[in-house]
Design a protein around this ligand. Structure first.
Ligand code: WTA
Length: 696
């Protein structure tokens, strides 16, 4: 067993000079027309009563630190000092903390700034509305090209307060869960922040998930209110969001109210649970005093796939999460005041939470809400948007880059990208071709390209070339260096850290950091079993890593039964569970295989029951539909192979390793199959796979 090496740091009585006066927040009444139906108001100037000062630079706090390397060393050697100072200077507290961290790895109790109170909405909106009321907080890049809409900090505050009052009038209280099933739009951001304002916990469900996936998430969180829009629009296609919510809430008894905002203005049937959000907001007050929220109270939960069929509701704290979001946003992307930050992720994923909403808004930035797709109306969409909005940082996914490479450089060259300084990549390993194209074609060789590795559970970026070495060279296609405060290690099968360089192992984190998830909602045992028990004393990421000869990290891929399809995490067990509900299916085994655009594709090996009455082609079609309706479109298998049997050990365990190799066309390297109960099944599967490939 590995020794318990995570430091538990406890610093009662920790005292720092106060940078921000502990504010007695009075909520200001902001004048001006409010923002409904996404109209842009010509507001009157508003007066804020919140005192606010600009956020100082990190070097202001550590004047004696000369190099970034020294700063990194300080951050890992004296985390209380490092995070404590940043928390006091970057965040505005209702009650300042005296303790930086109280954490116990053995029980999985992680508490940062535990005796402090702060309201996340005040930090993301009020203090900037006081300082820069007319600055654009959000630029909504609607699906319809060329129709961007700006929302200023003053307007956002108005929306958040009214929406918070609507939630209060619906009986939502501190700690209650509110589910959001919405497209990327200002109302969705206002809804997240309105929850934060009253201390409710939001659970954003990606608006591409099916009715069943939505219902399961609403039930697991016992959400009492759901916020949605009439319809969504993506890539010119209309998505019937309200209709999906109607079907889902029939299966969720705890839901008391569905608030429906207008996105397309379509006439959707309104039932007894439904209320028009705009109408409710129009009659709500624009003043809403922020709730007193403990640093450790949950800000949100977000479901993510694991190796079992049931997604986990990852719960994040208020203060620690916000601090980590703010610091990583500033330092990884080199964010500077005046920048236009363009993260094109959907708010339904963690990247949308941390780098569309919380990180940029905590820093008082202008953040782009990108509602469309990379190829709508044509493959120049991203770069046309960059030119029109003068985007300075662009943050996207390798799968989109690979897709755009196929369409040719001409779509990039058409537009002026000279505003760009930093190009970020996230979600899956970026291959060399994509990295170089991003750097030379998109960035013209002038931009810093940052491959960022992190997870829903880590809250923010953990590895990236630029947090701790601003001038050091960047190697292509790897995240390279740890963020401030992060000590990555690689462990062998026995749970021991692997020393030296040019080594591989399970990627674990030895330090604790404020942005880390606190629990799996309602299931702390599962949290411990997944993240802390496999390598005692360390956080286990589920990914494999390699530390190269120079000591830099790159990610070798998931070590569990999770695959990464178009940058979205998908548990193979989720797909298997969905497919085995089909009456003709006996058994299934789902694996990932290399896919040149999606990163990984979904490959399903299926055995059918004897004497099935339907045609096989009909069953296969139904299986695709089942995965779409039970999970989401991205979960639909690219390949379904009907097999005579699955390769199992004598104890009945499916040997997925073999299936992965067959799916990747590497059947020539299957290795030892003698431990199988029936080794002959392997050659039958290989032959079927070959035939199916040829038939394509
Ligand atoms: C993968 C997304 C390689 C990884 C923020 C991780 C990456 C999972 C990278 C988390 C990267 C994310 N290089 N792999 N730069 N970034 N991953 O929770 O397998 O949706 O565990 O968070 O994506 O996915 P999640």
């Amino acid at each position: 067993m590995a020794p318990l090496t995570i430091r538990t740091f406890l610093s009662r009585g920790f005292a720092l000079s106060r940078v921000n006066a502990s504010a007695k927040h009075q909520l200001n009444s902001l004048g001006g027309k409010c923002l409904y139906r996404y109209s842009v108001p010509v507001g009157t100037r508003s007066q804020s009563t919140i005192t606010s000062t600009p956020i100082p630079e990190i070097t202001d706090h550590f004047p004696n630190i000369r190099t970034h390397e020294d700063l990194y060393n300080l951050s890992v050697d004296q985390p209380e000092e490092f995070w404590g100072r940043l928390a006091k200077s970057r965040l505005q507290w209702q009650k300042e903390f005296t303790v930086v961290s109280e954490s116990e790895v053995a029980t999985g109790s992680f508490r940062w700034f535990p005796d402090g109170d702060l309201n996340v909405a005040v930090n993301c909106v009020d203090r900037h509305a006081a300082l820069t009321p007319e600055k654009s907080a959000l630029i909504w890049e609607k699906d319809e090209p060329g129709q961007e809409q700006h929302v200023t900090y003053r307007e956002l505050l108005d929306m958040v307060c009214r929406l918070a009052n609507v939630l209060l009038s619906e009986g939502v209280r501190k700690g209650d869960r509110v589910a959001l099933y919405m497209p990327v739009c200002p109302m969705a951001v206002a809804a997240m922040l309105a929850c934060a304002r009253i201390g409710a916990i939001h659970s954003v469900v990606f608006a591409g998930f099916s009715k069943e996936a939505l219902a399961a998430r609403i039930r697991d969180a016992s959400a009492s209110v759901v916020i949605t829009t009439d319809e969504g629009v993506r890539g010119g296609k209309v998505i019937p969001l309200k209709q999906t919510v109607d079907a889902a809430v029939k299966e969720c008894r705890a839901v008391r109210r569905v608030l429906v905002a207008a996105r397309t203005g379509a006439q959707v049937p309104m039932g007894p649970l439904d209320v028009s959000l705009e109408e409710a907001m129009a009659s709500a007050s624009s003043e809403c005093p922020p709730a007193t929220v403990g640093a450790e109270d949950f800000l949100f939960m977000l479901y993510t796939s694991g190796s079992t069929g049931k997604p986990k509701g990852i719960a994040h704290s208020s203060a620690g999460y916000l601090l980590y979001a703010s610091v990583t946003h500033k330092h990884v992307f080199d964010y500077r005041p005046g920048d236009v930050f363009g993260c094109v992720a959907d708010i339904g994923w963690i990247t949308g939470h941390t780098y569309v909403v919380y990180g940029p808004l905590a820093n008082g930035a202008t953040t782009v809400l990108f509602e469309s797709t990379p190829t709508y109306p044509d493959p120049g969409r991203y770069w046309e948007t960059v030119e029109r909005l003068r985007i300075t940082q662009f943050y996207g996914a390798p799968t989109a880059i690979r897709l755009l490479i196929k369409h040719g450089d001409i779509w990039v060259h058409k537009y002026d990208r000279s505003s760009l300084r930093t190009l970020g990549s996230v979600g899956e390993p970026i291959n060399h071709e994509a990295w170089h194209w991003y750097h030379t074609v998109v960035g013209n060789g002038n931009c810093t390209v940052v491959d960022t590795w992190w997870q829903t559970e880590t809250g923010g970026i953990m590895l990236s070339p630029r947090p701790s070495a601003p001038d050091a060279p960047i190697a292509p296609a790897m995240p390279m260096r740890p963020m401030f405060g992060i000590r990555p290690i690689l462990c062998d099968e026995k749970g021991r850290p692997v020393q030296g360089n040019d080594v591989s192992g399970a990627l674990c984190i030895q330090s604790l950091w404020p942005g880390m998830a606190r629990t799996v909602f309602g299931d702390h045992k599962r949290f411990m079993e997944t993240y802390f028990n496999p390598y005692p004393g360390y956080y286990f990421s589920g990914d494999g890593g390699h530390r190269d000869a120079d000591g830099f990290y790159h990610i070798t891929g998931r070590m569990d039964d999770v695959i990464n399809v178009t940058g979205h995490r998908l548990g193979t067990a989720e797909v298997e569970d969905a497919m085995t509900e089909h009456p003709s299916v006996a058994e299934t085994a789902v694996v990932g295989f290399p896919h040149d655009v999606k990163g990984e594709g979904v490959y399903a090996f299926v055995t059918l029951k004897d004497n099935i009455e339907e045609e096989q082609a009909v069953v296969l079609d139904e299986l695709k539909k089942i995965t779409r309706t039970k999970i989401a479109a991205y979960a639909v298998p690219d390949v379904i192979l009907v097999c005579p049997g699955l390769p199992k050990t004598r104890s009945g365990k499916i040997m997925r390793r073999l299936l992965r190799q067959i799916a990747a066309n590497r059947a020539d390297a299957l290795g030892d199959v003698t431990t199988l109960a029936d080794p002959s099944v392997v050659s039958l599967i290989v032959e079927k796979h070959r035939q199916q490939n040829q038939a394509k």
